[in-house]
Structures are given as C-alpha cells and as structure tokens.
Design a binder for this molecule. Structure first.
Ligand SMILES: [Mn+2]
Length: 333
C-alpha cells in the first residue's frame, strides 16, 4: 500500500534480516540512502544486508562502516531475508537482476522520490513511501529518522548528507529547497563535516577521470542554436583516457558551465555495446518525458535511459527529438 513515514517503523519492527537494494549504477543518493538506512536498522537491532548490483564507485568508499555485498552471493540466499527494502528507485528497468524475484520477494518497502514508477511494493503487506517533492531519497530517510527520534551517529549522518548533497549537485540544482537545508542542518549538527566530504567526493579524482572529461569537452557539440549540448563517450574514449565506467558520474553536468544551454545529452557506450543516455535540463525542458519515450525515466531536470543499436544512429534519433522539443516549447523562464 501507499503509505506515510509513520507507517515505516511499525512495519520494520516485525523484521530482523532485511535486504537493502537500490538502483543499478548506484549514485550518491542510492549509496548514501543504503548506508544511512543500514546504520539506522542496525541501531534498531536488525541485521541488514546491503547488496549492490554493480561495483562500488571508488569515491564512495568514504561511506565508512558499511558492508557492501555483491548481488550474486546474496541472490543465492534470497529466501533468508524477511524484508526487502528498495531505496531511490521504483523502476523495474533499474532493478534488472532483481525483477524476476520481486513477485516472490519477502514483504517489500519502497522509499523513493522519482516521478516514474512501476508496480513494485504494492502487494498486500508491502509498503511504498514515495514523495516526488523530496530532493533526495536520503532526505526522506533523514526526515523519517528524525520523525521517529532515531539517534544519528556521525557515520549515519554523513551517509545521508552524501545522498542529499550529491542529488542536489552540492546544493546547486533546482531541487535544493528549504526542506533540504533543514535536513542537512540537522545532519551537520550530528557531526557531518561538509568540507571534508566535499574534498573526498569532488577533489580526489584519479587522473583518468580528468582525461575522460577532457575528451568529453573537446568533442562537445552545441545544437538547437546553443540550447542543446551533446556529448559522447565511445569505448575508444575510455580506453584512451585509461578510464572505466565508474568515472562517468557527474560528467553530464560539465556542459552546464556553458551559457544558454537548456539541455544536455550524454551518450556513453558500455563494453557490451549498450548505450547509456543521460539527460539534464536547466529550466524548463521535461527530460523525464524524453527518457520515458526511450524506455527510461527519472526527474524533470535529470533523467536517463539505455538503448541498443548503432551508436551514431541512436545519437541522431535522440538529438533530433530533443531539438524538436527545444525548438517547439515555449521558453517559460
Ligand atoms: Mn535520488
């Protein structure tokens, strides 16, 4: 059932061994929400298992005190868990390894803030807490912990801060609001050092990531009279930079430096040939709707999808659609 935050604690009290997951290619909000919620559940006397579908991006090793399990061994003992918590997504397309297990999964709690969602967490006994006005899933976890008067250790507070701060682009994006600052104020009071976290997150890139960003910007293309920035990362770019796929997070935002750009599309080629499409907009273009047309989803200002097919053909099709929307839509800013 769809629920409010006050239903969560009584639901959790009945569980001892919950499994926590988030979306594939986890970002700061996914990982911060998982680490923060995992710590809160441990404080409640539970034995949570946190499973990732992909490798932990190196920059998030700062989320200390969290034991990350990989999905394969966890899925082999799926029946041992008495609850499933899905954080920061409610989309089957972002939970591919888990999708076939969902129908027979233990009672499921979804906490999410995305506008697009599938029928997950809607069986009898499930709970689903979705608030699309929240700037981050970690904000919902932090507010829930606050409302339930759960104590925040510095490590839990730091994890939730990382989730909120990364989803807000370190408080630059349009989702940053008073509610966000209220939550992070409480987290800083609980011991978070924003400057230290900023250094660990954004000022310790490996050189290959800087090289990858350089290749990205060198080949950046402006379309639709400068309203659209198009960026591409082929497998050859990763190889030439010595970079891997964990280094692409946030690169899509590089084009936001450019004056006049309303939308950005980043196309990156995975080793299996699939194409990841990251979309961002600044003021008015609904990129979640564009992503949905491509089988993906997300937020109005930040969304994504994956595609198969010839790389340049996919790029041309998506760019044509974005150009059409950018030329047709009224400028509401
Ligand atoms: Mn999020």
């Amino acid at each position: 059932m769809t629920t409010g935050p006050t239903d969560i604690l009584p639901w959790l009290r009945k569980r001892r061994a919950p499994l926590l997951v988030s979306h594939q290619r986890p970002d700061g909000d996914a990982l911060g929400s998982l680490a923060g919620m995992g710590g809160l559940l441990r404080a409640l006397g539970m034995s949570p298992t946190i499973a990732l579908f992909d490798a932990l991006p190196p920059r998030y090793r700062l989320l200390a005190g969290t034991e990350w399990s990989s999905w394969e061994p966890v899925s082999a003992r799926f029946d041992a868990f008495d609850a499933l918590l899905i954080l920061d997504t409610c989309s089957a397309s972002q939970l591919e390894p888990l999708v076939t297990r969902l129908a027979a999964a233990p009672p499921t709690l979804v906490i999410d803030h995305h506008a697009t969602r599938d029928e997950i967490g809607t069986r009898a006994g499930d709970l689903r807490f979705i608030d699309v006005s929240a700037s981050a899933c970690a904000l919902l976890v932090a507010e829930w912990a606050d409302g339930a008067a759960l104590p925040l250790t510095p490590a839990i507070a730091a994890a939730l801060f990382v989730g909120i701060a990364t989803d807000c682009g370190w408080f630059r994006f349009s989702n940053t609001d008073a509610r966000t600052f209220q939550a992070v104020s409480r987290l800083v009071s609980a011991g978070v050092r924003p400057d230290a976290l900023y250094q660990q997150l954004y000022q310790c890139d490996p050189l290959p990531r800087a090289r990858l960003a350089g290749r990205l910007l060198t080949a950046l293309d402006l379309r639709a009279s400068g309203l659209l920035a198009v960026m591409k990362l082929r497998q050859s770019d990763f190889a030439a930079a010595g970079a891997d796929r964990t280094m692409t997070e946030d690169l899509v935002n590089e084009a936001a430096r450019l004056g006049g750009v309303e939308a950005t599309a980043l196309f990156s080629e995975d080793p299996d040939g699939r194409i990841r499409i990251n979309l961002r907009s600044r003021n008015w273009l609904d990129v979640a709707a564009v992503a949905a047309e491509l089988g993906g989803g997300g937020h109005a200002r930040a969304a994504g999808a994956r595609a198969t097919g010839d790389f340049e053909t996919v790029v041309a099709q998506v760019v044509a659609r974005l150009e059409q929307l950018l030329r047709a839509a009224p400028r509401s800013t």
